[in-house]
Design a protein around this ligand. Sequence first.
Ligand SMILES: *Cc1c(COP(=O)(O)O)cnc(C)c1O
Length: 382
Amino acid sequence: MKFSTKAIHSGEEPNLKEGGYGDVVIPIHLASTFARIEVDKPTGGYEYSRTGNPTRNSLEKRLSALENAKYSLAFASGLAAETTLVLSLMKQGDHIVAFEDLYGGTRRLFDQTLANFGLEFTYVDATKTENVTVAIKNNTKIIWLETPTNPLLKLCDITEISKIAKARKVITVVDNTFASPYLQNPLDLGADVVLHSTTKYLGGHSDVVGGAISLSSDKLYDKLRFNQNAIGAIPSPFDCFLVLRGTKTLALRMERHCQNGMKIAEYLAVHSKVKKVNYPGLATHPQHELAKKQMSGFGGILSFYLKEDTDINSFLRKLEIIKLAESLGGVESLINQPASMTHASIIKKERERIGITDNLLRLSIGIEDSEDLIADLEQALN
Ligand SMILES: *Cc1c(COP(=O)(O)O)cnc(C)c1O
């Protein structure tokens, strides 16, 4: 099956057997526990909802289909997925090489929480593969990538880096939240693990917080499955339903996100108040060629620098349709100032070294009519 068909049917086959109701939409199974006849044999394969739940299982199958993975695991948030992943793969003294331009919350988890448990982190500019190669040490267990990155929209070469990691027996993790499975499938490019904040494009409507991991290794899956249950950061059945529902329109939404993204990037790129636009779809983007090769579209997120003499707060206040808020990937357009919002937890010096200055704004372009969005930007900029 192709993407849109999988997004609607995989993991959600109606039960047409004797006793089944034939629901075309998987029910929200709220039961926390499942009765059995024999002590050693759960009746329908389920025991307790932290360990496994039919609605969650349906979502996990759907996510596997979309990421071309053998297995997926759903979590209560993207960060819950990340925590479970790191605790499953690392022990005291182990090392992670990570892209320096990471989601702010991921860096906070690494530097302010996990670093207290004897884990070591090195951040590199992964746009150049050799920077990753030289950072690998004997105790390196994971190469942690995000592409495109948040908020600077930088890309790294998943195929190249995965190859190097494999030769050194290091696991490559790709946070695929920005691209969504519709635009990029890291496992097909050689990565070992794909991570999502399903809060973003997969959910798609800014009404659920969730996370997911997809992979194809039996051994790794067993470890993760054990720890998903042991740690317990699982999503509720209702949250699973919302993400499942979101996935059905992912292809349609992403098409519009990409169209609007390109139009707005082109509009901003030539605006007199704008200094620079970061969008992989622009020919001026340093990894535009890689984006064409690695992704099937350029997505709906861009960031841009306003000229230094522009009153940023006044611009943000004047926007009417585009709301000032954290998060991204929903049907509605959102704007954010990374330095004071999503990336405020990174120390100022490091933020500015990477390029997250106060005049940088990130725009998550929704699926509204692009003319209205451009008109909104125009009145606020002028
Ligand atoms: C939002 C986000 C996360 C964290 O996910 P939550 O669901 O907010 O915990 C991780 N990575 C990226 C790229 C994100 O955008």
